[in-house]
Design a protein around this ligand. Structure first.
Ligand code: GLN
Length: 496
């Protein structure tokens, strides 16, 4: 048992260190994300990049996708090269420099795209590993406390998001974009300071490199990295000579790459020659269903900073008592609802009724919530199509439904991933889980192009329809999936 004098809501003080680090990292992430699309679309006279909405939303979607995609290599680096603690530290620095790059007040896209790339790389190192370290704080038999630790941690994520989304849209008023990006950099810097100061509270968690590379593996890894870089260079040249090295060409290419990586990686886990047992394969087969449910859920959910905030900007009445709030603030409805409802949901899953609800059922429910949320948005868009500004209550209901879905899917997804992962992939499973968000976000970012031939109302209805059909499909197989998964989704002590 690790003993320290200080505790954090009954948890080891190390949780406070990780909570604060991730809180500030999310402050920077969500703060910047809240205004990214507006900045990309703003015309040059308002110091923006002047991109059309379809392109801007694709960039935001693909950027989010890449942020989650790099969790896979990020987890690997911690597992085999650096250990989680150092990976988080390095990731935090890279993220901070990313935001600093975006804060450089020069015109043109160069420092912006460089900044986004750095944030993508840094978050891959930080995000999966800081989550992984939360797990290390508890002994293997401390399941209940670990779950409650993760709930607190998820709160920290959303407190950070709330603060970030509250600050940047205000700073960015009057086109002070770079000032707002600078605030994100300051947030990440504070997170780093907190992390370094709290080092001793971690009691060596994440210090060890779990599976250091053998010299042979190191040579193989170097070869793979070089091959990857060469492929990337070749692809860039190819895009350049075919005239596709444009924002749209690049986002399409990245979306395709993420889709290919997903297919390749899931098949590799199922069928690669790495000694996965038949039972593990069966369970992982069931997991893949949940994985694709999550893809569709995130596809809808992560449209918040793109089309949804754009709708808030153009068509929602944001004036209250004579004061107009910045449109970016509407994204805070999600963070607020998470902070209010996550303790309720955490308690709900521990009740007799709650513990009977299987993971496939929760995922089905989340898809229905996502579908319903976009039906609501479609209705709002329909009202607004007459040229009037609609009430913010539409967005309140939409975000409420989405958050209920998020809370039945996201924390459950984290825990079911760790439980259904084949032994050989335990270290990479968070990366696999985030891969679902990567694919959903990238594809989601492209969907706005449908508005070339659909009205906004039809567009949201199409997405709602996809979530609905996926939810119904999953519902038909809930029993089968439960059987395939065995009783793996029932935590000890909760079995009936
Ligand atoms: N909102 C959560 C976070 O930022 C979950 C995001 C996700 O998994 N796509 O950590």
């Amino acid at each position: 048992v690790r003993t320290t004098d200080k505790t954090f809501f009954g948890h080891p003080w190390g949780l406070a260190t990780l909570f604060g680090t991730e809180m500030w990292e999310r402050f920077s992430f969500y703060g910047m994300r809240a205004i990214l699309a507006a900045f990309l679309m703003a015309p040059a006279v308002r110091s923006g990049l002047g991109l059309p909405g379809t392109t801007a939303f694709a960039i935001v979607g693909v950027y989010q996708g890449m942020v989650y995609l790099t969790a896979l290599p990020g987890g690997w680096v911690a597992d085999r090269l650096l250990g989680a603690r150092r990976a988080v530290l390095l990731g935090g620095f890279i993220i901070m420099f990313g935001h600093i790059s975006m804060a450089v007040p020069v015109r043109g896209p160069l420092f912006v795209y460089l900044g986004l790339l750095l944030i993508v790389c840094g978050t891959g190192l930080l995000k999966p590993n800081v989550s992984g370290m939360v797990g290390y704080l508890y002994r293997d038999d401390e399941d209940a406390r670990r779950d409650s630790g993760f709930s607190l941690f998820y709160m920290g994520i959303n407190i950070g998001a709330l603060a970030g989304i509250s600050v940047t849209p205000v700073l960015a008023r009057d086109s002070h974009w770079h000032l707002a990006f600078g605030a994100a950099a300051v947030g990440m810097a504070l997170g780093l300071i907190w992390y370094v100061m709290g080092r001793r509270s971690l009691h060596g968690a994440g210090e060890r490199v779990p599976q250091p590379l053998t010299p042979h593996e190191r040579r193989v890894a170097v070869r793979w990295v070089l091959a990857g870089l060469a492929a990337l260079a070749a692809l860039t040249v190819l895009l350049a000579v075919t005239g596709l090295f444009t924002e749209d060409g690049v986002t399409w290419t990245v979306t395709a790459i993420i889709a290919l990586i997903t297919i390749f990686y899931l098949s590799y886990i199922m069928h690669g020659g790495h000694g996965i047992t038949p039972v593990e394969r069966r369970r992982f087969g069931a997991y893949i269903w949940l994985f694709f449910a999550a893809v569709i859920f995130w596809m809808i959910f992560d449209l918040a900073p793109g089309p949804v905030t754009d709708f808030a900007t153009k068509s929602v009445d944001l004036t209250f008592f004579g004061l107009t709030i910045p449109p970016g603030w509407t994204q805070n409805l999600n963070s607020l609802f998470v902070i209010v409802f996550s303790p309720i949901f955490a308690a709900l899953w521990l009740t007799r009724w709650g513990s009977r609800v299987s993971s496939p059922m929760k995922f089905t429910f989340a898809l229905f919530m996502a579908a319903l949320s976009f039906v609501v948005l479609a209705m709002a868009a329909d009202v607004a199509s007459a040229g009037v500004k609609v009430s913010i209550l539409w967005l309140v209901v939409m975000y409420l439904l989405q958050t209920i879905g998020e809370l039945t899917l996201s924390p459950v997804g984290l825990s079911v991933s760790t439980k259904l992962a084949p032994a050989a992939f335990k270290g990479q499973i968070l990366g696999v889980w985030f891969l679902a968000a990567a694919l959903g976000d990238a594809v989601g970012g492209q969907t706005f192009r449908l508005t070339h031939f659909l009205s906004l109302t039809q567009y949201y209805l199409v997405l709602a329809g996809i979530a609905l059909v996926a939810g119904l499909f999953l519902l038909m197989f809930v029993r089968r999936l439960k059987a395939l998964m065995g009783d793996e989704d029932v935590a000890p002590g909760q079995a009936l």
